[in-house]
Ligand binder design. Structure first.
Ligand code: ARE
Length: 560
């Protein structure tokens, strides 16, 4: 047994409450090293010299390149818990408690791991509508407007405004609903001089080129009537340099009551987003700034009933601010979703006290390497994804917002050199793996384009790629139909150079998701016999231990 690989940490993503009665415990070991892992747990206040220990075998839930991850949920009748692990391999059985190994079960309860108390105040609640969602990201200036002119179809630039607006979105709700998405995330809509509106001038008003508050209210109401949620972009890292507080601070210097709202140096320079002078960075440790921003966060929920916030540049703002932000948002709408924009691991924000979700760019990077560029093998994808999921609490990993492109990246189709088969495979994986899928407007219609500004191309509703649209529509249907895709466990079943099969399962439902990267028909061993319904293609499939899959095939077999 490789002891160096064994890891557990109490009160962390390795040990946390799922509800007032349930604790989830995780343990990492070397890959393929152990035969059995048993959690031994008891009441740490039991008034006898030796605690009565209960035993429960843990399940191996993820395996990456180097490690296995075991997980178990326990609901003891006591909530002050002490525990250790019993580890068995072919040769020996040892015990692991508080970073030490023992040959016999340790007797001294002070040596055990403890979960001191399941505190109500630390509980985290994920809401089912999040996992039932399929997101659609809209870059407002480029989606739709009432009357299209020829200029609408010009190549996008950084500066040019095309005039897309909120009314344009309302006019296309039928399209959005038909696609099957049920949540829209709008890039910023508040008053701002730019086409992207990430430089806010007034957080309390809708930019005039997009519409006004009445039209926004109408949009939210009409979306809600159709069961579509609305998420807005919270740009709280910086304001526009034209924002009243910044202007005042620059004009009056230290005499300005807004001076401390920003980070302004003696020589008049200041902190900003990236190199963007028009985006001075806000000081979110200043009480007035905090109050100001938290009121905005509540205002749009209370007055317009929006369903959540996507947080811009989320990882350049302090954790302390986000904790208060969470409290503020949840105080007015408990099931509002908070999604941070973090391009790499977001573990420190996703422990239940800050965001509910993050834009899963690590997923996008893997999807690009596997499907678009062919630089990553399916075996590596499997290990990479299992590692990614193992890093998050189980009640949070299902909230991750999966994407394959956005307004900040090249379009996926462009990355595939416009090979639609590759885009479809990536989309299929996005819809069947753990996490919430998000479609960047127009991907379903065949839009292509390099990074910003080219990815922010206008929609052409007269020239929708119908075949691609129905492919996406089918994906949204399956995703909505199959509970296991929303909250099911993930297990690799088969992988080779071309074919990847993994199961998603929950309670009494299990589906086998399979895809092939090959342009030839393939046959592979899957260890199943019988007739199964392929829910994606609506036909029954005969399996005799071996399964045939078409070139670029994709299947969702209902096996339970
Ligand atoms: C504009 C031009 C660009 C030009 C840039 C430089 O369009 O072509 O390169 O100016 O001056 C908004 C607009 C952009 C605009 C930008 C600056 O949408 O069009 O760019 O403002 O004026 C990092 C951040 C991440 C950020 C991305 C862009 O971590 O938060 O960079 N994304 C958000 C929004 C953007 C928005 C802003 C922030 C600013 O989604 O749309 O830009 O409010 C790695 C790193 C990431 C990095 C990522 C992309 O993977 O790990 O940290 O993201 O690359 O660079």
């Amino acid at each position: 047994m490789l002891k160096e690989a064994i890891y557990h940490q109490s009160d962390s993503t390795y040990s946390y409450p799922l509800d007032e009665k349930t604790l989830c415990i995780k343990l990492r070991t070397k890959k393929d090293d152990l035969k059995r892992v048993i959690l031994c747990y008891g009441d740490r206040y039991e008034p006898v010299p030796r605690v009565t220990m209960f035993e429960k075998e843990m399940n191996k839930v993820f395996t990456d390149d180097l490690f296995d991850y075991y997980e178990i949920q326990i609901s003891p009748s006591f909530n002050r818990i002490c525990y250790y692990f019993k580890l068995e391999d072919e040769k020996e059985t040892i015990y692991y408690a508080q970073q030490r190994f023992y040959k016999e079960p340790p007797e001294d309860r002070n040596r055990y791991f403890i979960f001191a108390y399941i505190c109500r105040g630390d509980l985290y609640k994920a809401h089912s509508w999040w996992r039932d969602s399929i997101f659609y990201q809209i870059f407002v200036d480029r989606f739709n407007k009432e009357e299209l002119d020829e200029a609408w179809f010009d190549e996008p630039t950084n500066k040019r405004m095309f005039g897309g607006n909120l009314r344009g979105i309302i006019d296309r709700l039928d399209y959005i609903e038909e696609l099957g998405v049920n949540a829209i995330y709008l890039t910023p809509i508040f008053e701002s001089p730019s086409c992207h509106k990430y430089d806010t001038i007034d957080y309390y008003d809708i930019d005039k080129s997009f519409g006004n508050k009445n039209i926004f209210k109408e949009l939210v109401e009409k979306c809600h009537k159709r069961g579509i949620r609305v998420i807005l972009d919270a740009v709280f890292n910086h304001t526009s340099s034209e924002f009243f507080a910044f202007k005042d601070a620059m004009k009056k210097g230290k005499k300005s009551k807004y001076f401390d709202w920003y980070f302004i140096n003696e020589d008049g320079t200041y902190e900003m987003f990236g190199q963007s002078k028009n985006m001075p960075k806000l000081n979110t440790t200043n009480d007035e700034v905090k109050k100001y921003l938290l009121n905005i966060a509540k205002y749009w929920i209370e007055e317009f009933d929006i369903d959540g916030w996507r947080l811009d540049v989320a990882n350049e703002i302090d954790h302390k601010f986000w904790r208060e932000f969470r409290e503020a948002v949840k105080s007015v709408k408990e099931d509002a979703i908070i999604i941070g924009e973090v391009w790499d691991g977001a573990e420190s924000y996703l422990r239940g006290d800050q965001y509910d979700s993050s834009m899963n760019y690590p997923f996008m990077h893997a999807a690009l390497e596997v499907f678009a560029r062919g630089n990553m093998k399916l075996k590596e994808l499997d290990a990479y994804m299992q590692n990614l999921y193992a890093r998050y609490r189980r009640d949070i990993r299902y909230n991750l917002l999966n994407l394959i492109d956005s307004h900040d990246t090249a379009r996926f189709l462009y990355e595939c050199k416009n090979d639609k088969e590759k885009l479809k495979l990536a989309a299929f994986y996005m819809f069947t793996t753990i996490g919430i899928p998000m479609i960047f407007y127009g991907d379903e219609a065949g839009l292509s384009g390099a990074n910003d500004p080219h990815c922010r191309i206008t929609m052409d509703f007269q020239n929708i790629d119908k075949e691609l649209f129905s492919f996406y529509k089918n994906l949204t249907r399956v995703r909505k139909e199959v509970k296991a895709l929303k909250v099911g466990e993930y297990r690799k079943c088969y992988v080779d150079e071309d074919v990847y099969a993994f199961s998603r399962f929950v309670d009494d439902e299990e589906v086998l998701c399979i895809f092939s990267l090959s342009n030839k028909e393939k046959s592979f061993e899957i260890g199943l016999k019988g007739e199964y319904m392929d829910i994606l293609n609506n036909k029954t499939v005969k399996v005799e231990g071996k399964l045939d899959i078409e070139p670029y095939g994709k299947m969702v077999l209902k096996i339970r």
